[in-house]
Every structure is written in C-alpha cells, then in structure tokens.
Write a protein that binds this ligand. Structure first.
Ligand code: DOR
Length: 441
C-alpha cells in the first residue's frame, strides 16, 4: 500500500484533463499520485469534501515594496496577503528602493524572501539603459522572473520611454520580457488634463490612445529585434483587438480590477482605485472580457500595488497610483466564475497553466506527478463579504471592502506544506524561488 506524506481526499480536482473527483497524494513536497487513494496510508489526511482543488494560483505581477518602502508593505506581509487569498507563488516587481536592476539587488531580495515569504516567489529585474547590455545575464539569475520595463512612468524611477532604449534591451533578452505599456511622451503632453482633487480625470490624462500607441510601438520593436514580450495589465478594448494579430510574439495579462471596476466607481472609491494604467469606461472592461473569452489573455496578475491610506488621502494628483489586489484575485474571479463570465477551467488556465506555459516555470503550474504540490483549495459555494479587516497587507485596505462574493479560498498548499487554512496562517514562512526552464543551467 502506498504511503504518502499527505493526501487531499474527496475534493474535485480541476486540471488539464477536466474536472473530477480525485484524491491527491503528496510525497516530499511533490505530487506523487492522483486518483482514488481511499485505501492509501498518509501522514496527514486533508479532508476536501465539498471543495475544489486547483493547481496553485500564480500571481505574476505584485509590488511588495521591500527593500525601501516597507511602510507600505514588505515581503512577509505581502506574501501573507497572497496565501490568505489562495496564491501559492508571486512574481514581484523591481520598483523598490534600491531598484532591482543589478545582480546584487536581486540576490538581496532572494535572500530576504527565502524561508520568510509565505508563498514561493520570483523577482522581475528592471530593464534600464544602463543594464541593457547585460539584460541576457540578469534575466537568467536565480530567482529572476525576467526583465520588466516601464515605458510610461509610474511609482518609482524606472523608465525607458524611447524606442531605441527599449530595442537595446530587447536585443539582449532571450526570455519573455514584461512591459508597462503607456506612452510617456503622450502622458507628458497631457499632464495639464489632470483636475486637482478629481481622480476621475486620471483616465482622461492617461487615455486609451496613450496605451494603444505604446503597445503598437512595443510590438513593432519586438518584431524588429525578434524578441518575445508580455504586455502587462492591458486596459483598453483597442489594445485587445490589436494584440489578436500579434499573439506569436506577445502574451497578455489582464487584471481583476480592469475586469471588475469602471470609471463610474471613481465617485464612490476616489483615489483608492487610482491606478496605472487607469480603470476606464465600461466599454474597456467589456473589451478585456472579450479578450479573455477569446483566449487573447494568457494570465491574470493582480498588480497588487499597496500604498498607505494617508498617502491615498492626499488630493489627486498628489495621491499615489496603486491598489491592493493579491488577496482578492481569487475571490473576485471565483465570483465572476459563479456569475458565468468564465469557467473554472479557464480560471485555472489563466492562473496556473498560463504562467507555466508562457514563463516556463519548472515543475509548477500543473497538478501532475512530479510537479511541486502547490494547490489552491476553494469553496465555490461559500458566500463571503470582502473586508479591510481580513487584509494581510500592511496597507490594510481593499477597494472591494463590503463586496459580497460567492467562491472563497479555503486552503493554500505550497510544496506540500499547508500554509493557510480557513483564513489562518498555519506554518512559518518557507518561501523559495520559482525555477524556470530557460534558466536552469
Ligand atoms: O498604479 C500603479 N502602481 N501602477 C504601476 O505600474 C506601479 C504601481 C506601484 O508600484 O505603485
């Protein structure tokens, strides 16, 4: 009789082969067997009756602010929010202080995160004019998710706004590089359109043309240099339509907030939903849903970008852009599943199979023998109200405070370790770097 370290029993597994009742046996932090393990011995049995078991949810865009901006968040609190929300791995962004633009800065983050973060992790390395020549080396360092470039300015000082600067980086990358795509030149011309005290003018300033123009330039440069690109947080219907023709070189991220909130919400939520690229008119939200339904969208990222409430309370445009999201990605999207806007399988495709496929995660992102036992256990029927009190983030707030959802994360299992169950953190932080096929050697 097979003996496992632990067995998840009685759950409905959602996987590449569909949805069905299966047990999962774990040995040494990896998935060992999938099937009817009713008679198998196990060190620990986790009862999953009435629950769905998904491959671990990967959030490939978060800002956890450490080092340098720990009053907003740090790697421990950010990852606490992640696992409370059912997220098993995060890819964290380079606009910290110092910026993550060198081997030393990356190694420092990996050291801070290892055995302290609650989830597994990788770090995006900021692409700049200065490090363009060594981008191909930086992207392959241990713990690196790849190179990330800001073409439009946002929180922090990372910016490469011109075609030549972007081309210099893309000539040297071999892995897929990620882009914040808003045209800095147009943003500068339009700064005067910001209305003091009115965050609803944010999408007027940073308009859809700024986003589309930049994405068109980016795709052109990617083709000229033969590079693979990932367009982060696509926020306009026009970019979705444009990207349909460029799926051979470009992969696409959508965020839960661009799928859920619209410009009408500025009246109620003000600067809390001030974000780059902005939350826009409903037709853009609908266009992103169309992209999601048609398969144009490859992954979801929360773009979790926490700021303290007193910073957010400054009058627009002094208020910083960014909102929390890593903890609410799963509940907000499961609520969309329950509303019939996407299937649970498509959710898994976006949050596990998608990151596995486009970033080449080694041994993560599928429920398959030999893969890391990263699992997100959810109750599709549970009705809950999202609240600020639940927030694991140091920021302590969510734009969804008071929102009722159906579908809720119950458990987070990272490499076979149960790290969250029923809203409690039940293991010390044991996070490790995600490994990537293209950087194993
Ligand atoms: O709104 C945003 N906030 N967009 C970004 O690209 C950066 C982020 C942050 O770091 O605050």
């Amino acid at each position: 009789m097979a003996v496992f370290d632990s067995v998840l029993k009685g759950g409905v597994v959602v996987n590449h082969d569909g949805e069905g009742a299966r047990d999962i046996g774990i040995v040494g932090g990896r998935i060992a067997e999938i099937g009817d393990l009713g008679r198998a011995g196990a060190g620990e049995t986790i009862d999953c009756h009435g629950l769905h078991i998904l491959p671990g949810v990967v959030d490939s865009q978060v800002h956890f602010r450490e080092p340098g901006l720990e009053h907003k968040e740090d790697l421990e609190t950010g990852s606490r929010a992640a696992v409370l929300g059912g997220v098993t791995a995060v890819f964290e962004m380079p606009n910290t202080k110092p910026l993550t633009t060198s081997e030393t800065a990356l190694a420092d983050k990996v050291a801070r995160a290892t055995n302290r973060m609650h989830s597994d992790f990788a770090f995006w390395v900021g692409g700049t004019r200065d490090n363009a020549a060594i981008a191909g080396e930086l992207e392959r360092l241990p713990g690196a998710a790849g190179i990330k470039v800001f073409m439009g300015s946002s929180t922090g000082d990372l910016l490469v706004e011109d075609d030549e600067g972007v081309a210099a980086i893309l000539r040297n990358t071999r892995r897929r590089a990620a882009f914040h795509s808003e045209d800095e030149f147009r943003l500068r011309q339009r700064e005067g359109l910001r209305v003091h005290g009115d965050p609803a003018s944010h999408p007027v300033w940073r308009d859809e043309i700024a986003a589309l123009q930049c994405t068109e330039r980016l795709v052109r440069i990617a083709r000229q240099t033969g590079a693979r690109i990932h367009v982060l947080h696509v926020s306009t219907a026009e970019e979705m339509d444009f990207l349909v023709a460029h799926k051979d070189v470009a992969t696409v991220e959508a965020t839960p907030h661009h799928l859920t909130l619209t410009a009408d919400d500025y009246a109620r939520l003000g600067t809390l939903i001030q974000m780059n690229p902005p939350v826009r008119a409903a037709r853009h939200r609908d266009g992103i849903w169309r992209g999601l339904v048609h398969g144009v969208v490859d992954v979801l990222g929360s773009d979790h970008a926490p700021h303290a409430l007193d910073e957010k309370a400054k009058p627009y445009p002094a208020s910083p852009s960014g909102m929390t999201g890593v903890q609410t990605l799963v509940p907000i999207m499961l609520d969309h599943v329950n509303a019939g806007r996407l299937t649970l399988q498509r959710f898994v495709d976006l949050t596990s199979h998608g990151p596995n496929r486009i970033f080449g995660m080694a041994g993560k992102g599928r429920i398959a023998a030999g893969y890391d036992a990263d699992l997100t256990v959810v109750d599709m029927k549970r009705r809950e109200t999202i609240s600020n009190e639940q927030a694991g983030s140091r920021a302590g707030w969510t734009p969804y405070d008071g929102r009722q959802v159906t579908g809720w994360p119950i458990g987070t299992i990272v490499r076979g370790i149960r790290v969250m169950w029923e809203g409690d953190i039940v293991a010390p932080g044991q996070g490790r770097p995600v490994r990537f096929a293209e950087a194993l050697r």
